[in-house]
Design a protein around this ligand. Structure first.
Ligand SMILES: *Cc1c(COP(=O)(O)O)cnc(C)c1O
Length: 639
């Protein structure tokens, strides 16, 4: 394009698509973001095309796009990798992975995973009664596992035992010693033999955002003493053969591979000791934690991981093998509960930039007016000086500008200057700040601490049609980085360093942590928005947790959703298999106990009253009521 020095490689360096995209996402020569949902190069599709197709079918933005092929491919990958590793290691056990439903409970997602995992006897993990209700009917494979975690009341346990009556391999994992008594009583009452797992509380201190999933502070799991007590109780009840699994979970998004190594050493020994005590465990369940390289840095920072799936599998398989051989016990079957790693890539949120907010930029007239206060004049003089910045004076000019602005505010509070003068002082101040930032950037001058945040303070914000609380809950809650990338114009140099604000009226409704050239940045580099062209950005890797954790903050509700499959026969190379409408205003209002019908009637009554009084013409009144009803029925996001 116009800028010859800008290349696709530069775009790649800026957004690190290849690294976080893990073979699924890329940038093509035309500067469009592409997705390659299956491993075949031919399946490559421009995301822009999917959005166009979506729009032609009446689906408005923001929208979630799910690539079901990615889901299938991820399921296949993890199973193949574990099978290959087991084969290479000459390991005697098999791999029986389970998918933890809580990571993305959408029925279509669970069904797709079960279907793609069928050849590998891939199962499900449930952590609550509702999830168990789903798992009971969605995992019908008698060879795959259904692992049950979480706190369990009697109903939960009864449901699990019904599963046993249906010949499923449903394993109840004991998290609390007290659960054991209930299981024993209910299985007698229902006359079934339960399959039981023991969850160990690992001693190692986790790292990262979920560090409290293990160690002494962990909410779940049995201490060594409790494990031994549990075994004793089982022995007394003649149920030793019911203990079939040992489980541990050291937290999610483990960024450092050493954490897995530590865990396997401890857990492997527990397994071996239990085996020798007569618990002939068939399964060793290493839980979740397999991370995603959200920022593409391949490092051990919280939003990344310093290993790949193969290395993860090797650590478990070889680590366990070694311990088993040292202890002289058989190799158990291996279970993992990876949710994030399976689902993160398959969905993204596409939104349109609807406005640019320049917090401090305006065209307010700052020219001289008669009798204005000396502070305004001083600020103006300072601005003239700022036309000739030097290494020596830019810091002084910064200090003085800040000082005059503060004095101006004080003078205003004391009633010494008026609104007009205050506005002039502030406007000129921010113009000077902008000049300082461009001076510092262009000369690569050493930047003193207090100036470091200046570029963030003056950066514009792009207002995007979405809600962080609905679509990127973890960004709001725990500063999780999710890659944000324009879906086209990647062959043009992006020139605006900006923040992202959402359309909720919450000051937390923003994204302020992005992939940066060297680490994380508070702003992201995007293109200038044009009057006549929609600018679309995608928020990626939202398939794990984000998809389902969203809330109704500001009553925006769920976004539109399309399910995309690639298809070599199709002229576009893909088709939209299903459209799921996001929430209408009436729907989200209903969840908060409003009655939309009653609301429409009330508005009608109010308008009729005004019609009777002669304040509104009847025809106009009818239109107003229709409009109100349309708004109730329509999508909650911006039109
Ligand atoms: C949440 C959870 C998982 C999933 O962890 P990921 O890191 O997303 O793979 C697995 N097991 C248990 C017990 C969990 O609570």
């Amino acid at each position: 394009m116009s800028d010859k020095n800008w290349t696709i490689e530069k775009a790649e360096q800026t957004y690190r698509v290849k690294n976080w995209g893990d073979g699924y996402f890329g940038i093509n020569e035309a500067g469009n973001l592409t997705v390659q949902p299956t491993s075949k190069k031919k399946s490559e599709v421009e995301i822009k095309k999917v959005v166009e197709e979506m729009k032609s079918q009446g689906v408005k933005l923001p929208a979630v796009i799910r690539f079901h092929d990615i889901l299938r491919s991820q399921v296949k990958n993890i199973n193949r990798i574990f099978r290959d590793t087991i084969h290479e290691a000459d390991y005697d056990g098999k791999y029986y992975g389970v998918y933890p439903i809580k990571v993305n409970q959408m029925r279509e997602v669970v069904e797709e995973i079960i279907d793609a995992g069928a050849p590998y006897d891939f199962g499900l993990e449930a952590g609550s009664k509702s999830e168990l209700l789903a798992a009971l009917v969605h995992n019908e494979n008698p060879n795959s596992l259904t692992v049950l975690n979480g706190y369990k009341d009697e109903d939960y346990l009864r449901l699990a035992l019904i599963g046993r009556k249906l010949n499923r391999k449903i394993i109840i994992v004991i998290e609390k010693f007290s659960e054991l008594k209930n299981i024993l009583r209910l299985s007698k009452e229902m006359n079934v033999t339960p399959l039981i797992g023991l969850r160990g509380k690992m001693s190692l201190q986790g790292r990262g955002k979920w560090a409290n999933s293990c160690g002494d502070k962990a909410k779940f799991g049995l201490t060594t003493a409790e494990i031994l007590n549990a075994v004793k109780v089982m022995e007394e009840n003649n149920l030793m053969s019911s203990i079939v699994l040992f489980h541990y979970h050291i937290g999610s998004q483990i960024s450092d591979i050493r954490t897995f190594k530590d865990a396997i050493n401890e857990a492997g020994r527990i397994y071996a000791k239990l085996y020798k005590m007569g618990c002939h465990l068939e399964y060793f369940d290493a839980g979740g934690g397999l991370g995603i390289d959200y920022d593409g840095s391949r490092s051990n920072n919280d939003s990344s991981r310093n290993y790949n799936v193969k290395e993860y599998a090797q650590d478990i398989v070889y680590g366990l093998k070694q311990i088993c051989e040292l202890e002289g016990v058989p190799h158990p079957n291996i279970v993992t509960e990876s949710g994030r790693a399976i689902t993160a890539h398959h969905s993204c949120v596409i939104t349109n930039v609807i406005d640019r907010i320049d917090r401090h930029k305006n065209n307010f007239d700052t020219s001289v007016t008669e009798g204005e206060h000396i502070l305004v004049e001083n600020m103006r003089t300072l601005e003239q000086e700022s036309n000739k910045f030097t290494k020596e004076n830019f810091q002084t000019i910064f200090n003085e500008s800040v000082q005059i602005k503060e004095e101006g505010l004080n003078a205003f509070k004391l009633g010494v200057i008026g609104l007009d003068e205050r506005a002039k002082i502030e406007t000129i101040h921010w113009r000077i700040m902008e000049k300082i930032v461009s001076y510092v950037e262009s000369t690569k001058t050493f930047v003193p601490e207090e100036l470091k945040n200046l570029s963030v303070d003056i950066a514009p914000q792009y207002l995007c049609n979405f809600s962080v609380f609905q679509s990127a809950a973890d960004h709001w809650a725990i500063d999780q980085i999710l890659p944000l990338v324009p879906i086209s114009r990647l062959n043009e140099r992006p020139t605006t360093q900006c923040g992202i604000a959402d359309i909720t009226c919450d000051s937390d409704g923003k994204i302020d942590c992005f992939i940066g050239p060297d680490g994380h940045n508070e702003t992201v580099l995007l293109h200038d928005i044009k009057e006549d062209e929609e600018y679309l950005v995608g928020l990626f890797l939202t398939g794990a947790y984000q998809d389902v954790m969203g809330d109704n903050h500001n009553l925006f509700g769920r976004v539109n959703e399309v399910h995309v499959f690639s298809d070599a026969e199709d002229p576009q190379g893909f088709y939209i298999e299903e459209i799921i409408k996001g929430n209408s205003a009436a729907q989200v209002l209903s969840t908060m106990q409003y009655n939309p019908e009653y609301m429409a009637q009330s508005l009608k009554k109010l308008i009729n009253k005004e019609i009777t009084r002669g304040n509104i013409a009847p025809r106009v009144g009818v239109n107003l009521v229709d409009f109100y009803e349309d708004c109730l029925a329509n999508y909650t996001y911006l039109n």
